[in-house]
Write a protein of this length. Sequence first.
Length: 282
Amino acid sequence: MQTGTAAQDQARTAAPVLVASDLDRTLIYSSAALALGMPDALAPRLLCVEVHESKPLSYMTEDAAALLTRLSDETLFVPTTTRTRKQYQRIRLPGAAPKYAICANGGHILVDGVSDRDWHASVLDRLAGECAPLAEVRAYLSATTDQTWVRKHRVAEDLFTYLVIERDLLPEGWLELFGHWAGERGWTVSLQGRKVYAVPKPLTKSAAVRELARRTGAALTLAAGDSLLDADLLLAADRAWRPGHGELADSDWTAPHLDVLAERGVAAGEEILRRFRAAAAG
């Protein structure tokens, strides 16, 4: 019986099932996002999978950790995140270290932790040819926002930008105007919680997943995610799941091959992993 790395290698070489999953609020959860609605004595045991500035930051249930360990042995599991490489590398997921990971919303494919230079170069070429430059978008944001409602301006990997805002103070009509302006320049805008993202339209998780499916000869692609930036990823998969929370749930987003889960919070992460394993087993 093969386990661990040997089983994972066998899965990769025999038309593997590729499992591309978002992380934050899909598989891992901050304390504010856990949604533990049960009595304290019935709450699940939690495993901390991320520490930031010496403080625990993200969690999954212990049962989810066991499921992910088995899933990593059985399939080609690919963490697929909008996080930067530095932010992703803070996470310590259970199970075998993933061979591949997708960071910066598809801007980087990591192979054994190292960015694939050819992929990143191809992304930069496409952005240069199809979108207004990042500097132009940042200049617009600087000119149309102020500190009464914007707490932080951030740039991720020199690929896209986002604001951390006080959502209750967001000026009426600003988001719609920004979305129209950005759309004419090849960018997309989304509001997710307290963050306003501006991302070049060609910068997608789905493009990176398709590239990995091509490289590995994946027989089946499974995906999960909760946010608007995950929609293209879910559409590109053969089967997909979303939790009962998040921006996609709030907008009742769906697709023919998408299963909508009733579970919310960390319980949804556990259920997604169960669904991945059942689908991969056929």
